[in-house]
Each structure stands twice: as C-alpha cells, then as structure tokens.
Design a protein around this ligand. Structure first.
Ligand code: FAD
Length: 291
C-alpha cells in the first residue's frame, strides 16, 4: 500500500527544518526513523502534506553525560541506545526497554526522539522517561523550551509540541550513588507491543531508604501512565515485601487498560500489579549493586 502523495524536504540544519515546519502551518510532519509515521501514512491514519526529514542534520545523534544530566540526541537509534555502555551500566532501565522494542530492523531505524514524540501508548520509552523524571527539550521558531516528560502526552498520538517544534534532546537526571532502575515487559510474542510493561527507578540513601522513586506504565491507558501515588508511597520506605505489595496495588489502580486482543481489563490490571512488584524489586537490587 502506498501513502498519499506528499512533498519531501531534507534540510541540512535544525533552523531550516523548523522554518519548513513553520511555513507549512501544521500540514508537515518531522520524519525521523519512519518506523511509525510511514506505516500510519500507508494506512491513511496520517496524511501530512509534507515530510521534513531530519536525518541529514548533523549532531542530532549522541548519548553523553555532563555534570547534571544524561543527554540523548533525538536521532539516536534505539539500537545505539541498547549498545551503549553508559546506558547498560548506569541507566539499565533504558537498556532493558530498548532491547525489547520491536525487532533489530525497526530498532536500527527507530529513534529515541521518534519513540518519545509519537505518543503511541504502546511505545516503551515514555514510561521509562516518566520513571526517570526525564525532560524533553523542544525547539521552535521562537527558541527552545523544556517540558517534563510526565506532562508531555495529552492523549494517544497527541503531545504538547506545537506543529513547528522539534524535540531536540532528552535530559535525564544523572545517575548517582544508590540509583537503580529496571523495565519489564509482558508481550504476546517477541517483538510485539506490550500487553503491559512497567518501568521503575529508585534512589537509596546510605541507610537503604528510598529517597526518590518513579514508576511508569506502558500500554495500559490512552498514554503512558506515571503511577504517581505508587511512586510517592515508596519514598521513605526500604522496599520490604509489604512496601512492594502496596506500591503494586497503587500502580494497578493507576492503570486504565481497555479490553482488546491483548487481554481483558482485569488481566492487564493484574499484570501491572505483578510486574510492578517484580520491577521495583529489580530496581532495588540494582540500586544495592546488583546487575
Ligand atoms: C513492526 C513494529 C513493531 C514495533 N514495536 C514497538 C514496540 O514494541 N515498542 C515500541 O516502543 N515501539 C515499537 N515500534 C515503534 C518504533 O519503535 C518506532 O520507531 C518509534 O515509535 C518511532 O520512532 P521513529 O524514529 O521511527 O519515528 P517516526 O516514525 O519517524 O515518527 C513518529 C512520530 O514522531 C514524530 N517525530 C519523530 N521525531 C521527532 C522529533 N525529533 N521531534 C518532533 N517530532 C518527531 C513524527 O513526526 C511522527 O509523528 C514498532 C514499530 C514497528 C514497525
């Protein structure tokens, strides 16, 4: 199936790309890896008049830490995220998640910026970004702004970016001592979108008390879900089995699954409960030095 006709632009700079988006007044879309957008165009679920391909703009693919943040460029391929030593050793939630997205071909093309922007509730990276309390930097004709990932998604396939803005960087608070995180995904078969998936991040103090916690859920609502009550509940706790049970109950309450070919509502809610308990436990083990 062919997509409808569209104009194609391959700008050499970010400024040029933003100018093109601005000029098309909401009728143009950014093209990154194309793994979601082109499929939607073929199905006529998206019919942009123009595509602004950002793949020829230099310096948009990187993973680097500075004093404050882990910074990820929007054109970083999902496979490069998975292959990064910094990610595997210091931000293992992203290592876990990137290894479970689709298949190697999709991961070779698909980008961090595209996965974060697309707004499919089945995309795996947004729940990780919620858990890690990431921020997205966006640039438009009037300059750049920073948006907390937890307030970026408005509905399925809808985010707060203006049509003339490009997501230009993901910022994640730098991992420090006592930091641990994990992502677990339940899928019907390898390469599928999640039935339910959970990302968890904790930071422990020297006494083993949780000082920071974040739990994100994938594919159990119209967008990825930040399980705020479960996350807040864990702060000040040490992660006893009773603490994990309570956090898992609160995460299950936060889920808003619908019945579909991946299962009925109660099954999905129960999977959130089970996987939250396991994923927080794994995050705690990693925070204590486990792998
Ligand atoms: C068979 C298959 C299975 C898949 N399974 C999974 C899965 O299990 N888990 C999962 O998470 N994903 C899955 N995906 C989706 C895949 O990860 C996509 O690549 C990803 O969601 C989108 O990234 P992309 O770079 O291809 O974006 P594109 O398809 O190029 O763009 C997607 C959307 O994001 C916008 N966009 C892209 N980059 C930017 C930017 N920098 N600034 C502003 N807007 C931008 C585009 O305009 C478009 O609206 C699957 C895809 C396929 C084809």
């Amino acid at each position: 199936m062919y997509p409808p006709a569209f104009d194609y632009y391959a700008p050499a700079t970010l400024e040029e790309a933003i100018g093109l988006l601005d000029q098309h007044q909401g009728e143009a879309k950014v093209l990154a890896g194309g793994q979601s957008l082109i499929g939607m165009m073929k199905l006529r679920l998206a019919q942009p008049a123009a595509l602004v391909d950002i793949n020829r703009i230099p310096n948009l693919a990187y993973i680097r830490e500075d004093g404050t943040f882990l910074r990820i460029g929007p054109l970083t391929r999902i496979n490069d995220l998975h292959a990064s030593d910094v990610i595997r050793t210091r931000y293992p939630i992203l290592y876990d998640a990137s290894g479970e997205i689709a298949d190697p071909t999709v991961r070779n093309w698909g980008t961090v910026g595209g996965n974060a922007s697309h707004g499919d509730p089945g995309n795996d990276l947004p729940a990780c970004m919620f858990a890690l309390n990431a921020e997205y930097q966006a640039q438009g004709p009037k300059g750049s702004r920073t948006i907390p990932a937890r307030s970026f998604y408005q509905d399925s396939f809808t985010n707060v970016l203006a049509p003339n803005e490009v997501l230009t960087e993901v910022h994640i608070p730098k991992a420090g001592k006592g930091s641990g995180n994990a992502y677990s995904k339940m899928e019907r078969k390898v390469g599928d979108f999640a039935i339910a998936a959970v990302g968890a991040h904790v930071v422990l103090d020297a006494n083993g008390t949780i000082t920071t916690a974040g739990i994100g859920l994938t594919n159990v609502g119209p967008t990825a879900i930040y399980a705020a009550k479960a996350s807040e509940y864990l702060v000040g706790k040490t992660g006893t089995p009773a603490d994990l049970d309570r956090a898992a109950d609160l995460a299950a309450e936060a889920a808003q699954p619908i019945a579909d070919n991946r299962g009925p509502v109660e099954f999905k809610r129960e999977m959130v409960r089970v996987w939250t308990r396991r994923t927080v436990r794994r995050a705690l083990e990693r925070a204590k030095g486990g792998s």
